[in-house]
Design a binder for this molecule. Structure first.
Ligand code: SIN
Length: 549
């Protein structure tokens, strides 16, 4: 069924013909946990790998992750218990087979990461220190540097990649469009590399398989925990190529981003859920703990429940934040266990040992994305997706805390195994289909307007009216065309993913997980399934619903 009343979307980005080309066995796009882990496993299979990344190797979301990696590492914990918590958080939309893969293979992948050099926090007896976060009923989160887990994971992977001369790293490379063979198989990408010798830096990398590991899309909103590179590039590219994307309406809002006038960027500092895991409380302006009585786990309920609880307080009080009270945890403990958070709040004049921390929800994680099977294969042969850009089925309607780094580790390995099992020879790309047209892009200024309109109408709380107004606004923004350049390509990717999100959010007339419809407050059995989207050859957005079996 075609979706009406939404902007037209490009099937190609406007760009010059590639002025240079090179070849590799496998092209990995993105340099966070998913991309770098995939690259390292592909090397174990003896393949040559090229990793392209939009800015610098460490600039993605991974290094910002604080809480940790969830995995069954305590002998008293079980994969079944981890699966159960994951599925409860996912509110009926997790794929049980994918969840089983995640929880059963996770512990081995974490141990591999330790062997690679990642150093996680340990108890005095040398055992791994495990903590708890929202939605978990056991202590199963490993962490590093207290609250700097992502930075340590990124450091270990980065160093391993740099040690391998057969991994070519191309930084400052924005991917544009997928190249396909005459019979439809992915065989490379066009991309723009800053500083590349040719006239405008547009080139092509041809490969026998392509892995998208481009991360999330939090930059469609005005406040997000995601860095500025998280512009939905992989989902938008996959859509333009005709791949199936799914569950895009389920964007998770992290309950506790730091609210401070001193941060003026769209990216807001995260206040890790682990702080609540260690006993911090959410309080309103009168000092009352408003999550108690709303859920049996109170502040440690799944994230969608806590974000909704905060949003209700904000609506009732008109304030732009509630507070996190960590004072009772003590100065010494806070400084040692949460050095990143203490440094960022103190830099803004808030000492968590003596003061309340102002917090509010911010866009954090895309639970949906490019649809894959259990081997990371998308609907386009030769094209794989891994990490936040992918929808493997493990997160359902709401990701469980600290399952994201884990998903990157687990599915990167599966993808490398699948590629090594069945890698065709290099093939020539067909000419882009004439009916994909010359391509177009919107003006860079669309980005800020789009962030405001998405936050107003398609953020934490949605309704038919707010989504219709957002759709109209997106249609107006799509008419602001411009010439090709990096900021315009990114703005076009944001427009593409925002449009699909609004289409899905309008259609899903229920409240489930992190999709909250004011006009349809309950979860409905008839909506227990997935909305799938593709762009057809005429650039029309096709939408279908697939019931869970
Ligand atoms: C956090 O530390 O609260 C974020 C962890 C996650 O997103 O899983």
């Amino acid at each position: 069924m075609f979706v009406a009343d939404l902007p037209e979307l490009p099937r190609r980005l406007a760009a010059a013909d590639p002025g240079w080309s090179e070849t590799t066995d496998v092209l990995v796009v993105g340099s966070g946990v998913a991309g770098l882990t995939a690259a390292l496993h592909l090397r174990e299979q003896g393949l040559h790998v090229t990793v392209v990344t939009k800015v610098n190797i460490d600039d993605g979301s991974t290094r910002w992750a604080q809480g940790g990696i969830a995995a069954v590492l305590d002998p008293l914990d079980t994969p079944a218990a981890h699966a159960n918590d994951t599925e409860i958080a996912g509110v009926g939309l997790c794929d049980p087979a994918a969840v089983r893969v995640l929880v059963e293979e996770g512990p081995a992948r974490v141990r591999e990461l330790i062997r690679l050099g990642a150093s996680f926090d340990r108890n005095a007896d040398g055992s791994l220190m495990l903590t708890r976060e929202g939605g978990h009923r056991a202590d199963r989160i490993v962490h590093a540097g207290g609250d700097a887990t992502g930075a340590e994971v990124q450091r270990a992977l980065h160093e391993a990649v740099r040690r391998d001369p057969w991994i070519r790293l191309v930084e400052h490379a924005l991917v544009l469009d997928l190249l396909r063979t005459a019979d439809g198989r992915a065989c490379g990408l066009t991309l723009h590399v800053l500083g590349e010798g040719s006239e405008d830096g547009v080139g092509a990398i041809l490969a026998r398989a392509v892995v998208l590991a481009t991360g999330g899309l939090g930059q469609i909103y005005s406040s997000t925990t995601n860095p500025s590179v998280s512009t939905g590039d992989g989902v938008a590219l996959a859509l333009r190529a005709g791949a199936v994307v799914t569950d895009v309406e389920f964007v998770q809002f992290h309950p506790t981003s730091f609210v401070t006038a001193s941060v003026t960027s769209v990216q807001r500092p995260l206040i890790s859920e682990a702080l609540r895991g260690e006993g911090a409380h959410l309080v309103d302006e009168t000092g009352a703990r408003f999550m108690v009585g709303q859920h049996e786990l109170a502040e440690l309920a799944p994230r969608d429940v806590v974000a909704k609880g905060i949003h209700r307080v904000l609506r009732a009080t008109g304030a732009d934040h509630v507070y996190l009270d960590a004072r009772h945890l003590g100065r010494e403990f806070l400084e040692q266990r949460f050095p990143t958070i203490v440094a960022s709040t103190r830099a803004a004049g808030v000492d968590p040992a003596t003061e309340l921390i102002p917090v509010a929800p911010a866009a954090h994680y895309a639970s949906g994305g490019v649809r894959t099977d259990l081997r990371g294969r998308t609907s386009i042969p030769g094209l794989y997706a891994c990490g936040e850009v992918a929808c493997t089925g493990v997160h359902g309607a709401n990701r469980l805390a600290s399952n994201s780094l884990l998903e990157g580790l687990v599915f990167a390995r599966r993808i490398a195994d699948d590629i090594a099992r069945d890698l065709p020879p290099q093939a020539e790309p067909a000419h882009p289909a004439a009916d994909a047209g010359p391509g177009w892009v919107v003006a860079p200024a669309v980005r800020a307007e789009l962030q405001r309109t998405m936050t107003r109408g398609a953020g934490v709380l949605r309704s038919a009216d707010s989504l219709s107004a957002t759709a109209k606004e997106l249609t107006r923004l799509a008419e602001q065309r411009d010439v090709p350049r990096n900021a315009a390509w990114e703005a076009t990717n944001l427009l593409t993913v925002a449009t699909v999100l609004v289409a899905a959010a309008r259609t899903r007339r229920e409240t489930r997980g992190c999709h909250w419809r004011e006009d349809f407050p309950g979860a409905e059995d008839e909506w227990r399934g997935h909305l799938l989207h593709t762009l057809d050859r005429r650039a029309r957005l096709d939408q279908s619903f697939e019931e869970m079996t």
